[in-house]
Design a binder for this molecule. Structure first.
Ligand code: UDP
Length: 243
């Protein structure tokens, strides 16, 4: 068992990418449907004032340290956090091993047509991969029964839900027992990146821990979210000094 580190009240697993992949594989074989969350600074900050989200994350089977902010926070609190496990990268690693292990995916979320583009991309990158269904993430409550039955009857082992935070986590928590899919992962903007709609930061920026800055510059609509970062830093520091 790896350590779970408390960051602003959310227990984040101190896992490497390899450990996260292994954990997901073992969750596929468990009876109860599991939720896997990818916690970046923004999600952790939101959870600190959104009790429902915090509870969902603390009940999740695995919460990976997504983003430089989460890794920084753990280390600032004096805990060992081996590396960043970005949601996008976790999805790619799982897709890579999927054909050999007969893992089947359902892609749920993003604007109409995007999940289909992400599916095509996955099929070209990972030959033999089985994407057993797609569905866009813009729907009304009245559409939910149909969406639930589409996902439930797809035969997927892993449901990737890209509805944004915290909608995807809340939706998965509400419906996981009805869906009865072994593993569900909230993956944010992953399909947009796979479909080529949004670019990922260049590797040097990722390594310099500046991916957040790249995203803000590329999607000015996200710039407002930048204020979350200093707030997160202050809150983590307050936690450290016991405030
Ligand atoms: N989205 C969706 N349904 C909604 C709201 C958002 O499918 O009702 C999608 C949106 O199109 C995008 C993803 O959710 O593909 C959220 O991406 P973002 O990069 O904002 O993720 P976050 O930062 O919230 O993880």
């Amino acid at each position: 068992m790896t350590e779970r580190i408390d960051i602003l009240g959310v227990k984040v697993d101190a896992v490497t990418m390899n450990q996260a992949v292994e954990r997901v594989i073992s969750l596929i074989n468990e009876k109860n449907p599991s939720i896997v969350a990818t916690a970046n600074a923004e999600m952790l900050l939101r959870a600190s004032h959104d009790e429902e989200l915090k509870n969902i994350l603390n009940d999740a089977s695995l919460v990976v340290p997504d983003g430089a902010g989460t890794v920084w926070a753990a280390r600032h609190l004096g805990k060992a956090m081996p590396e960043r496990v970005a949601g996008f990268d976790l999805v790619q690693e799982l897709m890579k091993i999927a054909p050999a292990r007969d893992i089947k995916f359902f892609l749920f979320g993003a604007a109409p047509g995007i999940a289909d583009k992400a599916k095509l991309k996955a099929e070209s990158l990972y030959p033999g991969i089985k994407i057993v269904g797609t569905r866009n993430g813009y729907f009304k409550t009245a559409d939910e029964p149909e969406i639930l039955s589409q996902i439930k009857n797809s035969g997927a082992n892993i449901l990737l839900a890209a509805l944004g935070v915290p909608k995807q986590e809340k939706w998965l928590a509400k419906f996981k027992n009805q869906l009865n899919i072994p593993v569900s992962i909230g993956v944010g903007g992953t399909f947009d990146v796979m479909a080529g709609i949004v670019r990922r930061a260049p590797l040097w920026m990722q390594k310099a821990r500046l991916e957040w800055l790249f995203r803000a510059l590329l999607q000015p609509s996200r710039a407002g979210r930048l204020v979350a970062l200093p707030k997160f830093v202050l809150k983590v520091h307050k936690q450290k000094i016991g405030g």
